[in-house]
Design a protein around this ligand. Sequence first.
Ligand SMILES: NC(=O)C1=CN([C@@H]2O[C@H](COP(=O)(O)OP(=O)(O)OC[C@H]3O[C@@H](n4cnc5c(N)ncnc54)[C@H](O)[C@@H]3O)[C@@H](O)[C@H]2O)C=CC1
Ligand SMILES: O=C(CO)COP(=O)(O)O
Length: 394
Amino acid sequence: MLSLLFSQISAGRKHLKDAGIQAPASARLLVLKARSYLVQNIAHKVAIVGAGSWGTAFAKIVADTVETHGASTDVVLWGRNADAMSAMADTRINERYFPGVVLSQSIEYTADIQHALAGADIVVLAVPAQSLRENLLKWGSFLEPHAILVSLAKGLERGTGYRMSEVIQEVLTQVSPVNSNDISGRICVLSGPNLAKEIIQEEPTASVVAASSEQTAEKVAAICANSYFRPYTNTDIVGVEIGGLVKNVIALCVGICEGKDYGDNSKASVMTRGLAETTRLALALGGKLETMSGLAGMGDLIATCSSPLSRNHMAGKHLAQGVSPEDLGTVMTQTAESVKTAPVVAELAQRHGIEMPITEAVVAVLQNRITVDELAPKLLGRALKSESAHLSRS
Ligand SMILES: NC(=O)C1=CN([C@@H]2O[C@H](COP(=O)(O)OP(=O)(O)OC[C@H]3O[C@@H](n4cnc5c(N)ncnc54)[C@H](O)[C@@H]3O)[C@@H](O)[C@H]2O)C=CC1
Ligand SMILES: O=C(CO)COP(=O)(O)O
């Protein structure tokens, strides 16, 4: 972090010098001033695509960052429902997701995607994982050729088993040769313990911005770092994505424990063994061990598994209380990614020869192959083994 701070100071010093601005005396003031200058030079416009729970909260994060630094960056939030977006433009309230929360004055609300993307240097993708491809196919050609794409979704694509960064790379290469130019360096993912309902109340949290290019990650971190949101950078995209999407599956299992009134021992056991299987998969795909003990691994796992606010946790609880997997979609009004992603995780693990018993048990429940009451006996009845086999394939 220190090196990032020093690089921010030196980048800021250079920018201030280039702009002919006198550097302030204290290092803190210098950093603040440099950040303001950096924010508006990194992005003249940031577009957030998807006005659900996380897209709306993230638009607030960026708008608050921009306002804090007195930067002139435009922040636009796009949603597919024209009536809802026009109501938001009038009231600055997202009535469906955050009733009563008045959002920043500086956010523009629109249902016109071409308008939202025109001139956007950073485009934040906040639609559910299974809809990312169809969306990018529709409007990928409207993206500016230099735009950085930030994925917020925590899921794997059905059919391909792709992570969101892989979907972005593949679709943009198809849709527009201009946009595919140097695309891998412009893809970024953001993940961590980030329950939108807490963030919208400005409760402090940290997160991880990962990109293969450290510079890209730093740019995205700069546009969302404020008094309640602290992003760390990372170059391990695989580890950050896998941590974020598998914890949803583990949270569903913990939700089942909760719904069955099992106590903290059960939940801690699922979380810990859940992290072990997440780590095995991440390592097999090229992710890094240290990412798994960080915010996008353990951090997000703790938040999602412990919080009644988590939709994945809630989905598990509903299952334990008798809702059928088929009815989850009608009982729940918000996205619980694990319901569609769990079988894809299991397939991916199988393809790589990785054993993921909790994920497999969750999939068996979701596919009505076992009941929620059979889940614990299935997990506990497996052959005994050494805990030190933790990171081996099984
Ligand atoms: N809500 C949260 O606390 C967090 C959510 N995430 C991830 O963010 C992603 C989005 O989740 P949420 O915003 O929470 O979901 P949500 O259910 O609150 O909102 C989803 C939004 O996407 C829109 N949408 C659905 N299908 C669409 C389509 N085909 N085309 C365009 N828009 C479509 C919906 O109208 C809605 O506005 C998920 O992958 C989730 O795992 C990640 C971190 C935190
Ligand atoms: O990813 C999240 C918190 O980091 C949100 O979790 P849910 O999608 O389960 O609500």
